[in-house]
Structure formats: C-alpha cells, structure tokens
Write a protein that binds this ligand. Structure first.
Ligand SMILES: Cc1ncc(COP(=O)(O)O)c(C=O)c1O
Length: 386
C-alpha cells in the first residue's frame, strides 16, 4: 500500500511512537494527578513533558498554557465558543475546515455573532488588507487556517497577528495542517490561540491535540469535571491547563504524542517541510501527461519556486475521471490511498470552482518516500494513457 493521505492522518507512525505507547501502557499507565502512587505520578510527569515539548515547538513561553485535548476540532470549538460573546463580530475565511466553519455558522445563525468570511486570492491566500477592511469596532476574533487542507497554501499569519493585536482583538490559528510541518512561533506571530492536532504532522495517535492559550485570551470553561487537584472547590479551577481540561486524559495517546513531538523537534520542522516539498516535486516530475490534470495552484509553486509557501499536499482533478472514481481506482487497482471529495472544506472548493464534486488530494508525510511519489505518478500515467 502507498499511503498518501497524511493530511487526514499520518500513517504509518514512526516505530518509536508505537513503542512509546505500548511501553507506557504496560509500565506506567496510571491516572495522572489522581493519586500519589508511582503509576499516577509517572503519567502526570509524562503529560507535563508533552506540554513542555509542544510549548517548545510552538514558541509558547509557558507549558501550562498548552491545553491538551482530543484533536484540532476540540481545540477550535473550545477556543471559538470560549471567547465569543453575544454581539461580537468574527472574521474568518473561505479556506477554513468545517471545524471552524460549523461552530461559527451556528453562532451566526443563532444571532450570537455576525460573521465575515474573507475571500481567497487567485494564489489561494487571504489578503491581510482584506482583513483590515473587514474590521469593525465589534470585531473580537479572527479565526484562520495556517495551511489550507485543500490548497496547501501557507497563510501570512504574522501579518494577521499584527493587525489583530493593534486593534485589541484575538487571533485564533488553525494549525491542523501546519503543526510539525511549518515553523510556528506564537509569540513572534502574535497568535493568541493556536489549535493543533496530534495525529497528523506531530506523528502521534488519533485522539490527541491541543490549544495553546496566549496571555491575552480569556477562554471560558469547556469540559468541567475532575482535575485531580483540589476537589473541595465546587467549580472548575481558574488556572490553566485545568480550567480547560476536565476528566481523565488520553494517557496512552499522549505517550505517543510525546514521542512524535520528540521526533519532530529532533529532525526539525524545516527539514520535514523540505522533504515533503521535494516529494511533491518528484510526483509532478514523474507525470508523463501533466496536461491531463488541473492542479490547484501548486504546480507552479512546486516546479518553479521549490514549493515555497506550501505544505506537502496537492489537490487536483483529472480529465475523464470524477474524484471519487479516481480515488477508488487508485485504491482498488494500485493500492494507493488518497482522499477524494470536499475535504470537509466546502467553501474552499467553491473558491476553486470544484464544488460539489471536490478534487483528489494526495498528501505526503514524514515517512513518505520518493518511491511513493513516483508510484502514484506511474499509476496516474497508466490511467492517463488509457
Ligand atoms: C485545516 C484543518 N483544520 C481542522 C481539522 C480537524 O482536525 P481533527 O480531525 O484532528 O479534529 C483538519 C483535519 O483534517 C484540518 O485539515
């Protein structure tokens, strides 16, 4: 099997991640913070270490402001619903995943907020000037993706950060596709809330993710319950991370995420990004009939600019094949896994003109090889040559 659906979840994980989960589960799997025995203490220490590594990767000065949760969707819901107040204006973009769209759309439909959805340029970028023009005295939150899961373009979040900070708003960045794949510095880019998932570029298992909460963001409680701390308090603690973390965490999953974070930090995000861009360029170079395909913005960037401004995913359509049909053929005849359809990002496909059928997306990852990239090119060559 050639797995090129790493934007959905990275697979396989590095062996060290599997080993870390198993070893932790067999030797140290207590309930963190819930008791003073060795197994509970080791679980707590492992989770603290995971926070510390995530804080280091994202340039967050205080590990306790890394709130660990289920995935990016959980983190985004926590952030959006935790900061908006009735009457607020929120700015977002057409490039967002439904984990941003749906909470915001419901808040708008219920009359809680007003919402502006910024368009994307022909290069699939959200213009900071458009953000500036959309700003109103009621704007509290700007919620944007760092790297689109459809176009792969990396957005200039630092430019948004400066605009938002000068106007005393909050910037929420969806780093689902960029964590572990693009350098991120929440302080330098003035990001108030960074939502990440653990199971894509951070190489951890599903069921892990987090929200980095900056000093200016006051996020309302989310999942209230036991924290292992002072049980006499009738309310959720005010301190982070426990203010936003109730219940027993995904201890085994976090043991895997910790290992994934170590691997990413050791290899270096820049090096991972260079590897992934090179694989996409190899794929494009391996196509014998490129004119049979429409690539959404990526081919020029990859061929002429070394992939600058993009992450390791590529959406395309192929003449003569519907996206779903193409993905099924690749799966059943060539054992190649790609993603067809709308990628949970319907406005992005409207922007591309590929709604409602969507496109076919291939996405490389940390463990993808040149053989994988050339293998999918060879399969598409066979299909394009009939
Ligand atoms: C851009 C983007 N945001 C958010 C998400 C949601 O991530 P998760 O499924 O881990 O909650 C995804 C997942 O595909 C994504 O690509």
């Amino acid at each position: 099997m050639i797995y090129l659906d790493n934007a959905a979840t990275s697979y396989p994980k590095p062996d060290a991640v599997y080993r870390a989960i198993e070893e932790f589960a067999r030797t140290s799997g207590g309930n963190p913070g819930r008791a003073g025995h060795r197994l509970a203490v080791e679980a707590e220490a492992m989770i603290d270490d995971t926070r510390r590594l995530a804080a280091r990767l994202f340039g967050a000065p205080r590990p306790e402001r890394v709130v660990l949760c289920l995935n990016a969707t959980d983190a985004l819901n926590m952030a959006i619903k935790g900061v908006v107040r009735p009457g607020d204006h929120v700015i977002t973009s057409v490039l967002e995943h439904n984990s941003v769209n749906r909470p915001l759309n419901r808040l708008e439909r219920d009359g809680v907020i007003t919402l502006t959805r910024l368009p994307a340029s022909a290069e699939h970028l959200i213009d900071p000037g458009a953000l500036l023009r959309a700003w109103t005295p009621r704007t509290r939150l700007v919620a944007v993706t760092h790297a689109s899961n459809v176009t792969g373009t990396i957005q200039p979040v630092g430019d948004y950060g400066r605009i938002v900070r000068e106007r005393d708003g909050l910037l929420l960045v969806d780093a689902a596709q960029s964590a572990g794949a693009v350098p991120i510095d929440v302080e330098a880019d003035l990001i108030d809330l960074l939502a990440f998932t653990g199971h894509k570029g951070l190489l951890g298992p599903t069921g892990t993710g987090g929200l980095v909460v900056g000093e200016r963001a006051d996020v309302g409680v989310w999942r209230e319950g036991g924290t292992g701390g002072d049980s006499t308090d009738p309310f959720q603690p005010a301190e982070l991370p426990y203010h936003l973390e109730g219940g027993t965490p995904n201890v085994f999953g976090l043991a895997g995420l910790r290992e994934g974070l170590r691997i990413v930090l050791e290899r270096g995000v820049e090096s991972i990004l260079t590897h992934e861009r090179a694989l996409l360029a190899a794929f494009l170079g391996g196509l014998r009939r490129p004119e049979t395909f429409s690539f959404y913005g990526a081919d020029t960037a990859l061929r002429e600019r070394g992939g600058e401004g993009r992450v390791g995913l590529l959406s395309f359509t192929m003449t003569g094949y519907a996206p779903g049909e193409l993905a099924t053929l690749l799966d059943q005849h060539f054992e190649i896994a790609v993603r067809p359809g709308l990628d949970c990002a319907p406005y992005a496909h409207r922007h591309l003109g590929t709604f409602p059928a969507g496109a076919t997306r291939l996405s490389v990852g940390f463990l993808s090889t040149e053989d994988d990239a050339l293998g999918v090119a060879a399969a598409l060559n066979e299909l394009s040559e009939g």
